[in-house]
Write a protein that binds this ligand. Structure first.
Ligand SMILES: [Zn+2]
Length: 497
């Protein structure tokens, strides 16, 4: 007898439909799975066999062939157990379910037949709806995330033995309560008030947040670079609901949707990370840190310690907002619109060559700074030198709290959206858009003067315009004045000596 069921396999952060065909016929007892299964899919044989028996079903002592179609698509992970078990039960006459071929099933099985959660349930629910499935059955633990997807029946399954009642229409389960997506950072998120003194650093953070600009902080250890970076999510605007869904889809595919803090993601990978870990890769492609930081912040502490090839690999995704991964003839792209924030010591010893205690040879300092600027300097908008806060600053009053800064940031973002369109910010302006900024005469001549004197590159010229526009948006002025332009140039001092 033959039976079919629908399921999905995760590919990057999207789900691909897979048709499970089970054929049971006379012959020597045997259980084969074909159709490019990976090791976890092949092991479904053992889980399905035990789950069937332990749920009181009979495991047919016949020749069983499971075909996963399309045969050209690589199938990964244990999420196909439930669909294989259901089709096997149907093919062996133990499950009466006329509509089985029209529903989609996903879930890993424990040996006792209980379901275990899968990764990427949100993307799979979306794929089930797109595939025209009548209902989507998945482990009860994944129910809340799948229920985020409207327009399809979502059924949470606790164990394999619930299938007969469901198939016979004797059990009408209620839809799981959908997960609530938190657009705002949680209340306990670290606050910018902890950053005392340091007005330049505060200003740089505010401008970076307001325009979505990338930021490099250079300063000695203990100057507050990591502290400043970790406060950034608290001053970024809330996620739009479609952005929150994107963030949730990625987190779901990486299996870390549970316990996801609200608001924008903040990722801080260690400097030993590989290029593939940073930008994603593997077969099937797995999202890297840049994708997990989508719509949020990617913080690279000790930038100069990162592997050169990893930093090089960041260049294209930073520019395009997506990662392309070529695998087995297929091109996959993963989204990665993030703000890059990096920190570094000024020299190998960390004190900085202006400090009399710095013992670094000039050659070492040069090489160190060369490594910083080499890979990414032309992709970084704001460069800020951070100094050790003085004793009076540390003992002084707390800084302005995140809430107040965030209000200015949000107002500036609103102005940008009016001008550039929904969800876009100044850092994403094309050269044409940057040159169309409303530039006052004094600001124009300031920039033109510098451009001529310092032989700025076209890229540096446009960057100054983008930054000045962001500062004008924070200040709430229609036209970029000399003051805003001077501040913008200050945030980019490396361009001109
Ligand atoms: Zn040094």
């Amino acid at each position: 007898m033959l039976a079919t069921a629908r399921t999905f396999t995760l590919d990057g952060i999207s789900a691909r439909p897979v048709r499970v065909e089970v054929d049971v016929h006379r012959g020597l007892p045997n259980f084969t799975i074909v159709g490019l299964p990976d090791a976890a899919v092949r092991e479904a044989r053992e889980r399905v066999r035990a789950a069937l028996v332990n749920c009181g079903f009979e495991f047919p002592l016949r020749r069983i062939v499971v075909n996963l179609a399309p045969a050209s698509l690589r199938k990964a992970g244990p999420g196909m157990d439930l669909a294989i078990a259901a089709a096997l039960l149907s093919a062996s006459g133990q499950l009466e379910w006329e509509g089985l071929a029209r529903v989609a099933l996903v879930g890993e099985l424990a040996l006792d037949g209980a379901t275990r959660p899968v990764q990427g349930a949100l993307a799979m629910a979306e794929a089930a709806r797109a595939d025209g499935a009548e209902a989507f059955l998945l482990p009860a633990e994944n129910g809340p995330e799948a229920a985020l997807v409207e327009g399809i029946d979502v059924v949470g399954i606790e164990a394999l033995d619930q299938l007969p009642a469901l198939g016979a229409g004797e059990w009408e389960p209620s839809r799981p309560q959908a997960l609530s997506l938190q657009l705002e950072p949680s209340v306990a998120a670290p606050d910018l008030a902890d950053l005392r003194g340091q007005p330049h650093l505060r200003r740089a953070l505010e401008v970076a947040a307001a325009g979505g600009h990338s930021l490099l902080m250079v300063g000695p250890p203990g100057a507050g670079k990591s502290l400043a970076a970790s406060r950034l999510p608290s001053i970024l605007p809330p996620l739009a609901s479609n952005e929150a869904l994107e963030v949730a889809r990625i987190a779901s595919a990486c299996g870390r949707l549970e316990g996801l803090p609200g608001g924008r993601p903040f990722r801080a990978p260690h400097h030993t990370i590989s290029a593939a870990g940073l930008i994603g890769g593997g077969t099937p492609p797995r999202p890297g840190e840049v994708t997990m930081a989508h719509r949020g912040v990617l913080f690279l502490d000790e930038l100069s310690e990162f592997r050169r090839d990893a930093l090089e690999a960041l260049r294209a995704p930073l520019e395009s907002g997506e990662v392309s991964i070529a695998r087995a003839g297929a091109q996959r792209s993963l989204p990665c619109r993030f703000m890059l924030v990096a920190a570094s010591n000024p020299c190998p010893c960390g004190r900085g060559d202006a400090d009399p205690d710095c013992s670094c040879a000039p050659y070492d300092v040069q090489r160190y700074q060369g490594k910083l600027s080499g890979a990414l300097a032309d992709r970084i908008d704001i460069l800020v030198a951070v100094r050790q806060p003085s004793a009076t600053e540390i003992g002084g009053a707390p800084g302005e709290a995140s809430a107040a800064v965030r209000q200015r940031v949000c107002a500036a973002r609103e102005r940008q959206e009016l001008r550039l369109g929904c969800g876009r910010c100044n850092a994403e302006m094309t050269p044409t858009e940057a040159r169309a900024c409303a530039l006052g005469p004094a600001a124009g001549s300031l920039l033109a003067d510098l451009y001529a004197r310092q032989r700025l590159s076209g890229r540096a010229h446009d960057r100054a315009l983008r930054l000045a526009q962001t500062i004008a948006d924070i200040d709430g002025v229609e036209e970029i004045g000399a003051d805003q332009m001077a501040q913008a140039l200050q945030l980019r001092r490396r361009d001109h000596g």
